[in-house]
Ligand binder design. Sequence first.
Ligand SMILES: Nc1nc2c(ncn2[C@@H]2O[C@H](COP(=O)(O)OP(=O)(O)OP(=O)(O)O)[C@@H](O)[C@H]2O)c(=O)[nH]1
Ligand SMILES: [Mg+2]
Length: 526
Amino acid sequence: MDISQILHDGENSNIEFKSVLNGEHLEKDRSERLVAQMRYRLDSGNGTAYYILGVFDNGTPCGATSQQLEETLDVVETTAAEADARITNVEHFNRKGEFMRVTIEREGKDRKKHLIVGTLGHVDHGKSTLLGSLTTRIPDDGKGKTRVFSDFLPHEIERGLSAELSHLIYGFNQDGETLLMRNPLDKKEMATLIDQCYKFISFVDCPGHAPWLRTTIRGILGQKIDYALLTIAAEDGITPITKEHLGIAFGMKYPVIAVITMVDKVTEEEAKRVEKELSQLVRGVGHVPYRIREREDINLIAEKVGDGFVVPILRTSAITLEGLDLLSYLLFKLPSTAKEEEYRRPFLLYIDKVFSVKGAGIVVTGTVSEGVVKKGQDLLLGPVEGKFKKVRALSIMQHHYLMNQATVGDLIGISVRGVKQEEIKRGMVVTDSPDATAAREFEAEVFILNHPTRIKAGYEPIIHLRTISESAKFVKIYGREFLCTGDMARVRIEFKYHSHFIREGDQFLFRESRSKGIGGITKVHI
Ligand SMILES: Nc1nc2c(ncn2[C@@H]2O[C@H](COP(=O)(O)OP(=O)(O)OP(=O)(O)O)[C@@H](O)[C@H]2O)c(=O)[nH]1
Ligand SMILES: [Mg+2]
């Protein structure tokens, strides 16, 4: 891009302005901040960042001498090495003062643009089929042809229902053209696709069948998804489950993409009716529905969807493949929802699964919530009976693709040494923070989404927080005797059996038979 334009537009995603830096900036705290910032810029630019040196934040040259600029360049070079990147180009300019543009590129191929998208929606509303056809462009036959890529367990095929979480991926090249999977179940193909793509999407396909809500919640809360993809079958329209899932997504502040599936089965009028109903529902809870008809609509709203207010609505058919190009383009354009400060924090991953693999030992899987993890690093895993155990990360893998390091939003398996498999449970964390602690009790601000009667002290719901799913008790409700649907209150909650790694600000969901609510932790009692 033209340098005058860059100066005019100011700092943004992968462009950083710096006036002058010197040796003092390489001291510990300041250097760490510079490295974290560069990592963020590199992530935003899919591995490429531009630093404009010798200009103020407003884009005007700061009057740096050549020597100061050289010194600044040295600091940037050191920072780049720390951020596993290197300088690949330096351009000099002089416009009412000297300045330079430095191109920094991440080393290796480990960094890709990546989104995690979780599916939600009523049973049989076409979630798995949509993903099967989207990632392969194989048309469905209306009888379950392409959902088998997601529902591959024998009982899932037999019953035609998703029961477990499954992961599908596909990708894009730099121009937004799709890189499809020939066979989404082929591990080698997955690894090759990740290797070759510019951006890829990991889908977490969740079951819609009500008895498996626990698994659905685990898919949505446990994996740090960027976007929830809610399907509504055109023929059935909105159901109580659609509303419940939407309530969970909005309650947990996940941005939502709504897809009206199976439009081949209905007339234009029927499709319009569902669209209208859906728009009203979305608007009714304070969000903005936005019907996507063409690419231009996506260009207009893509950057806004991540904030959670705008809900794009698309129509698809897995049989005619209508709408899949638009959905792809939307996924290509949507930014990651990871926040800058999440990259700067110590490494944190909530464990979703644990298993042992021949040759690799014990593997824990989950999505990186915060920070960076490197192969060979020493980490803490726990709480195991209230304590954290030292483990070493022997290798890191994402969808069968080996990595030297992983960061926020990567859905990975880490093979660990230093702990027994029986000691590791879903809901524990792996972290490199030396001050990780476990807690049994906490205070929270809760909101009751629905409850048939009244919630009183002594109420025992299951708390879902990331991959934690654990019985708890409302020990105290402050300032009132009971809570009904729509109420908000401060409460004191105690996990019934175990302590967990929880922090102030964590969002959670709680439920007990037909009651449901959301909460945010305000204080942790260690
Ligand atoms: N005609 C038509 N049928 C479809 C379409 N998409 C899915 N189906 C059919 O709808 C049925 C249910 O689809 P699934 O993809 O299993 O639905 P699901 O939402 O994943 O269901 P659960 O995971 O069990 O909640 C299958 O028989 C599909 O073949 C579509 O676009 N058009
Ligand atoms: Mg399914």
